[in-house]
Design a protein around this ligand. Structure first.
Ligand SMILES: *Cc1c(COP(=O)(O)O)cnc(C)c1O
Length: 223
């Protein structure tokens, strides 16, 4: 099936109020152009160099989301081009994004990534770490950061109940942070959860943003 057909099938399963990030990592410019011509404007990349290259070559009204694990030494290259960073998973990274954002007089949109899976390989905060960070310095102290919400990845398993529980825990983390720190902050409104294999479960548990790659673009060839 073509990218256009895949997109049309996927979009039937996503309610209007849920945002779609088309995860284009490892796919060529032509694939993005095809989705762009179907009206998509939000694309997700996981490597800084790949994102900045695509930014330069492709239409300027695309919003580029960074969804990978971000190394602190790459932050300065990413910050000028990125619409939203999904995977802010450590205080050190948050501080570096803040510093680079202030340097270029910008506020960078960020999601705090939480570790909701049982696998050790998935990055992220736990709630105590964030509470500790905000206790010493409230979110306002990060002048270069626009806190937009949370992001998480469920365990790679066929156990739907487990995946559902993990998404539910991210939703409750979001609500906890909202109540404690962002009650009157309308920017803090995003729960990024759900990928090709589990986005319907994620939407059922309150996802506001799904990140879908292979169901749109096909299998990735890593090189
Ligand atoms: C690659 C990736 C996706 C997309 O995964 P698919 O299974 O291809 O939909 C979503 N989120 C993150 C964080 C990813 O790294």
């Amino acid at each position: 099936m073509s990218i256009a057909e895949n997109l049309s099938n996927i979009k039937k399963l996503i309610p209007e109020k849920v945002d779609l990030v088309c995860v284009s990592k490892f796919h060529p410019d032509e694939a993005i152009t095809e989705a762009y011509n179907c009206g998509e404007r939000v694309f997700g990349e996981s490597k800084v160099q790949e994102l900045t290259g695509k930014f330069e070559r492709l239409p300027k009204d695309i919003q580029w989301h960074f969804i990978g694990h971000l190394q602190t030494n790459k932050v300065k290259f990413l910050v000028p081009f990125v619409a939203l960073i999904h995977g802010v998973d450590s205080l050190r990274l948050l501080e570096e994004i803040n510093k680079q954002a202030i340097k270029i007089n910008q506020k960078v949109n960020c999601l705090l990534q939480f570790h909701i899976a049982t696998e050790e390989t998935k990055f992220g905060f736990n709630l105590e770490e964030i509470n500790e960070a905000f206790l010493n310095s409230s979110p306002d102290k990060f002048e270069g950061i626009q806190f937009c919400g949370v992001m998480g990845m469920a365990t790679f398993t066929s156990d739907k109940q487990q995946v559902t529980n993990e998404f539910r825990s991210l939703k409750s983390i979001f609500q906890n942070l909202k109540e404690n720190y962002f009650l009157s902050d309308t920017h803090f409104n995003t729960i990024s959860m759900g990928m090709s294999d589990d986005f319907q479960l994620a939407i059922g548990e309150g996802s506001t943003m799904v990140r879908i790659g292979s169901s749109i673009f096909g299998t990735r060839i890593y090189n």
